[in-house]
Design a protein around this ligand. Structure first.
Ligand SMILES: [Mg+2]
Length: 166
């Protein structure tokens, strides 16, 4: 009799069970206070948009992991450093009382077609693997076509920020 052996270990086949809320940041969670500037590069240049604190904590209490997936092309363009970007992300998380479980940013120049930068789903896949997330049970929220496309390519249901936070 032929024996059929699985090469996969129990750990490999364990189904991810956690659900997550993947969030774009600029125009979705935060705004810049500097006229004409789209992305903040200093903590004092950013503010949390209205209603975000309550809504994100509501999801967190329902058991969702809360993740940021943000393109920060300003780094690739030389408009800010990675350290400045990270300082803004830490400040944003502290303004939201630490609601984020993880925050990823893609530093490449805009329109660079690398795996990590939205509309590609690299950041989503990285977080899903790291935190054992079931993408089908999760949700991505954003304000641009690139967010919607990243969600589609990542297999995550998508909602526009204007609908999610209304
Ligand atoms: Mg945005």
């Amino acid at each position: 009799m032929k024996r059929v052996l699985s090469r996969r270990s129990a750990a490999d086949t364990a189904e991810p069970t956690d659900k997550a809320l993947f969030l774009d940041l600029d125009g979705t969670v935060r705004k810049t206070l500097v006229k004409g500037k789209f992305c903040p590069s200093k903590p004092e240049e950013q503010a949390v948009l209205e209603g975000r604190h309550e809504k994100l904590w509501e999801y967190k209490k329902q058991g969702y992991k809360i993740f940021a997936v943000t393109n920060q092309g300003g780094i690739g363009l030389g408009l800010m450093s990675k350290a400045e970007c990270e300082e803004c992300l830490e400040d944003l998380n502290s303004k939201l009382d630490g609601v984020f479980d993880d925050m990823l940013y893609a530093p490449a120049m805009p329109m660079r077609n690398d795996d990590f930068t939205k509309p590609n789903p690299g950041m989503i896949f990285h977080l899903a693997e790291k935190h054992k997330i079931d993408l089908k049970k999760s949700l991505m929220v954003g304000d641009r076509d690139t967010d919607q496309m990243a969600a589609r390519r990542g297999g995550v249901p998508f909602t526009w920020a204007k609908d999610f936070f209304k």
